[in-house]
Design a protein around this ligand. Structure first.
Ligand SMILES: N[C@@H](CCC(=O)N[C@@H](CS)C(=O)NCC(=O)O)C(=O)O
Length: 248
């Protein structure tokens, strides 16, 4: 049966879209992949058929060989192990890579995601209430960029000479630095790494899932509006309100 990927053109979706294309590029026999673009603005992630695959109700989610796997980095690891290539070494060198995948999942994703949300989407929150989170997540994002810069050193890729799932996990959040307003330009090695990753043909194909090719690097005004309103809906927390404790 074909692998089924439910995804969207967003940072966590791009990770897996790119992984699929990198595996194809590397010659892995992954079979057919049935890709469905989920409309997050319309709330398709809350529908029953989605929730059955991923109780966390967020993209991406993968179904393969009768198994559902969610969490973008778990999917990267699953695909890396199931279809062995240099994207994830399976000997002891795996442990040069995995800490950086967890580092992305536990630090870069949440921090850049929060910075983005306060910068672009939380129009409903008055500015004086945003100052603290903007400063906190902004400073922490810059600290993470410094960690990335020092890890890269003179290497072409995050974990040395091979492009791995650690680069794939990280790239979608760092590429959006203008959108999240995290200035990476003081770290030329980080900027060069972003350009190097973007130049890979498989990355270009992965970024094109669900968007026209001419909008890969620059969204149209309409798409920006659509993302801003979808982001604002998600940031408004309407979907989680009934699970928030109201009693003190
Ligand atoms: N830790 C999760 C995060 C997934 C996530 O936040 N996905 C976002 C898109 S980038 C989403 O589906 N948001 C919809 C929502 O929060 O309702 C992962 O890495 O897969």
């Amino acid at each position: 049966m074909a692998m089924e990927l439910w995804t969207a053109p967003t940072p966590n979706g791009w990770k897996v879209n790119i992984m699929i294309e990198e595996l194809i590029e590397a010659g892995a026999d992954i079979g057919e992949v049935d890709v469905r673009t989920i409309n997050l603005g319309k709330g398709e992630q809350f529908e029953d058929d989605f929730t059955e695959r991923n109780p966390n109700q967020k993209i991406p989610t993968l179904r393969h060989d009768g198994r559902d796997i969610f969490e973008s980095c778990a999917i990267l690891e699953y695909l890396g192990e199931t279809f062995p290539t240099s994207l994830l070494p399976l000997d002891e060198r795996k442990w040069d890579v995995m800490p950086w995948v967890y580092w992305q999942a536990a630090n870069v994703g949440p921090v850049f995601g929060n910075k983005l949300s306060y910068t672009r989407y939380m129009d409903m929150v008055p500015m004086d209430q945003k100052e603290h989170p903007l400063e906190r997540f902004g400073n922490e994002a810059l600290r993470l960029v410094r960690v990335l810069d020092s890890k890269l050193g003179d290497n072409p890729w995050l974990c040395g000479d091979d492009f791995t799932i650690a680069d794939i996990a990280l790239y979608p959040w760092i590429r959006g630095w203008k959108w999240s307003k995290v200035n990476i330009t003081t770290k030329p090695r980080v900027v060069e790494w972003v350009d190097r990753v973007r130049a890979r043909p498989a990355v270009e194909r992965g970024l094109a899932y669900g968007v026209p090719k001419e909008e890969i690097d620059q969204w149209s005004a309409d798409r920006k509006k659509q993302y801003a309103s979808g982001g604002a809906t998600i940031a408004s927390n309407e979907s989680i309100k009934d699970s928030i404790e109201t009693s003190e």
